[in-house]
Design a protein around this ligand. Structure first.
Ligand SMILES: NC(=O)C1=CN([C@@H]2O[C@H](COP(=O)(O)OP(=O)(O)OC[C@H]3O[C@@H](n4cnc5c(N)ncnc54)[C@H](O)[C@@H]3O)[C@@H](O)[C@H]2O)[C@@H](O)CC1
Ligand SMILES: Nc1ncnc2c1ncn2[C@@H]1O[C@H](COP(=O)(O)OP(=O)(O)O)[C@@H](O)[C@H]1O
Ligand SMILES: [K+]
Length: 557
């Protein structure tokens, strides 16, 4: 799985590389700037089409240095007919600004018209950024930051590109809103997002104003078409904090990560992006049904059995050897008429459930969807938890946990809780309050922090749903299952899709996955199934996509 870093982890990696003598800060900055230029031309090849001032030399030079691929030299006539590309590069007071000066220089070398604006005092720039500032100003002009001048510059003639290199991983305070700078007024004026032929907006590392650890918007963020980060993506690229103002992924456009030559070393405690490997899933290919475990899914009463039936179908499709629905007697006929491969057991109350669970072959339990909120349902949850099996709790089971501290105390390390935002807030109101509070500084409290704190308190795995599902274990392991960017699947937010996820987790628990791995793998498969089907999906469709999804995954090299 891909590591997602915090700003502190990234700084530590950079510091270790510099201190070991492997690379200098200046070299890293040059590679970062070059990576941004490369990514721009990969994203918009049409922008790589001319270098009117420098001829083909600019391109070849960059290519020799490991930059973009060389292309045939343009004829003089072509060059005359081609318009000159124009960029505005907005640089900030730290090393993010330093990267911006490198980008400006490389574009200029390719014949671009480049205007650079500096927010801050040149004398206060850190050493590598200062060096690149001086390389830039050696023979070109630089403008002191001025909202009106930036706006006039962009209005004066068509620009192809605006590069945002104001703040990166070093954003530690709310965006400035003083008399000298008025970000809140400035951004929307310059940023004519819906205007046809507007310039492309590119963020260096992260859109300025977005906290790279949390994705929180520290007010006044610049939205972008393309975000180019370095070495590893940052957590903030993959979280989607609710607004106002909304933050994270929604501002990044698309995230490209460029290698800047830092070693891929293990980072203790790093958050990971869910992407199970074939080896995670080899457990899918072994043999006998009894070796694949037996999941027990608890159903609600008459008229409320659909949720559990969908969960059971999910558990079976994901590969549990056997799946049994525990059904109240009054709902038995309703369920029996609608299931085939799934078995039924009459479970009238908690005593009956305890009796069923005497059979040690039931090695995983899924409960909560449409279970009910009465005392009987609470007793079922208590009995299930007392059995100590691998257990996934969702929906009504989560609500019951919020109503009874003694029930909450029965949670154990083999449990997985799967709250959506509302359920999370009811279960962990104080943690949710921290997450909802407007951030005043960076790094801000994040959904990752909140889920880790919740998992620690519950003593079990917590899967906090959303397009940025965060999964955490009490020992601090944490991952994000993203349904954003190329995995965007908004149609997954459909009634009952959470019930299917419960089933996927229960099925994987039955197969012997540990709770963290079951939750991560199920969440990932859930989104893959939504992508496989596409828009128009209803929850029942999800389990039926699994055969194709698994086939594709298992045929990976
Ligand atoms: N860490 C690394 O390995 C690398 C970092 N590089 C670049 O360096 C960046 C990090 O550089 P820095 O740590 O200097 O941080 P930044 O350049 O992101 O910003 C720090 C500066 O902004 C000021 N600042 C922070 N929040 C502010 C606010 N709300 N209002 C006004 N000023 C504010 C700080 O006082 C400081 O002067 C990365 O994002 C990346 O672009 C790259 O050069 C390549 C390697
Ligand atoms: N914008 C989104 N894009 C993709 N998936 C989403 C989005 N919003 C929610 N989801 C996912 O949809 C599912 C909804 O589950 P849940 O809220 O429990 O609904 P229900 O109770 O109707 O089943 C979760 O897996 C959640 O992560
Ligand atoms: K930036």
């Amino acid at each position: 799985m891909t590591e997602l870093l915090t700003s502190a982890q990234m700084r530590a990696i950079e510091r270790a590389a510099i201190e070991s003598g492997e690379v200098t800060g200046l070299e890293l900055m040059e590679r970062a700037g070059r990576g941004v230029v490369e990514a721009i031309f990969e994203e918009w090849p049409e922008l790589a089409g001319t270098d009117a001032d420098s001829g083909a030399g600019g391109v070849d030079r960059l290519a020799e240095e490991g930059g973009v691929a060389p292309r045939p030299a343009a004829s003089p006539q072509d060059i005359c007919e081609q318009k000159k590309f124009r960029a505005v590069v907005l640089c900030g007071p730290g090393n993010n600004g330093g990267d911006g000066f490198v980008v400006a220089r490389l574009l200029k070398e390719r014949g671009w018209e480049v205007e650079v604006f500096l927010y801050g005092d040149p004398e206060k720039l850190p050493p590598d950024a200062l060096e690149n500032y001086e390389r830039w100003v050696g023979n070109r002009s630089i403008h002191k930051w001025d909202d009106n001048l930036i706006e006039d510059t962009l209005d004066e003639c068509e620009h192809d590109l605006v590069v945002d290199a104001v703040f990166g991983t070093g954003l530690t305070r709310l965006m400035p809103d003083d008399t000298e700078r008025t970000w809140h007024g400035f951004v929307p004026r310059v940023f004519s997002w819906h205007q046809k032929d507007r310039p492309k907006y590119v963020a260096v590392d992260i859109p300025s104003g977005i906290c790279s650890d949390s994705g929180r918007n520290l007010e006044g963020a610049f939205p972008t078409d393309l975000t180019v980060s370095f070495h590893r993506a940052k957590i903030g690229h993959y979280l989607l904090p609710k607004g106002p103002p909304q933050g994270g992924a929604v501002w990044c456009g698309k995230v490209v990560v460029k290698d800047i030559g830092l070693k891929a070393s293990y980072v203790a405690g790093a958050v990971r992006l869910c992407d199970p490997t074939k080896s995670t899933l080899t457990k899918f290919s072994d043999t006998h049904k009894y070796s694949h475990g037996h999941a027990l899914i608890l159903s609600g009463g008459p008229g409320r059995t659909g949720a559990a039936r969908m969960a059971a179908r999910g558990a079976l499709r994901v590969g549990a050897g056997l799946v049994t629905l525990a059904v109240p007697p009054a709902a038995q006929a309703e369920v029996a008429a609608q299931v085939t491969a799934i078995m039924l057991r009459r479970v009238g109350d908690a005593t009956a459930l305890a009796k069923v669970l005497e059979d040690a072959r039931f090695n995983a339990i899924g409960l909560g969807p449409a279970l009910g909120l009465d005392e009987e349902a609470a007793a079922l949850v208590a009995t299930a938890l007392e059995a100590g099996r691998a257990t996934v709790l969702d929906a009504d089971a989560l609500t019951l946990l919020t109503q009874d501290a003694a029930l909450f105390a029965k949670l154990h390390q083999n449990c997985v809780l799967t709250p959506h935002a509302g359920e999370f807030k009811r279960l962990f109101p104080d943690i949710a309050a921290k997450l909802e509070a407007a951030p005043l500084k960076g790094p801000a409290y994040s959904k990752v922090d909140a889920t880790r704190e919740a998992a620690k308190r519950a003593g079990c795995v917590v899967l906090f749903k959303g397009p940025d599902t965060v999964i955490a274990a009490p020992d601090g392991r944490c991952s994000i299952n993203s349904a954003q960017y190329e995995r965007a699947a908004t149609w997954l937010a459909t009634a009952g899709s959470g019930d299917v996820l419960t089933g996927f987790i229960a099925g994987l628990l039955a197969r012997g996955f540990d709770p963290m791995q079951a939750a991560e793998t199920a969440a990932w498969l859930h989104v893959e199934c939504a992508l496989e089907f596409g828009p128009g999906l209803i929850a029942e469709d999800l389990p039926e996509q699994l055969p194709n999804v698994l086939k594709r995954l298992l045929s990976r090299p």
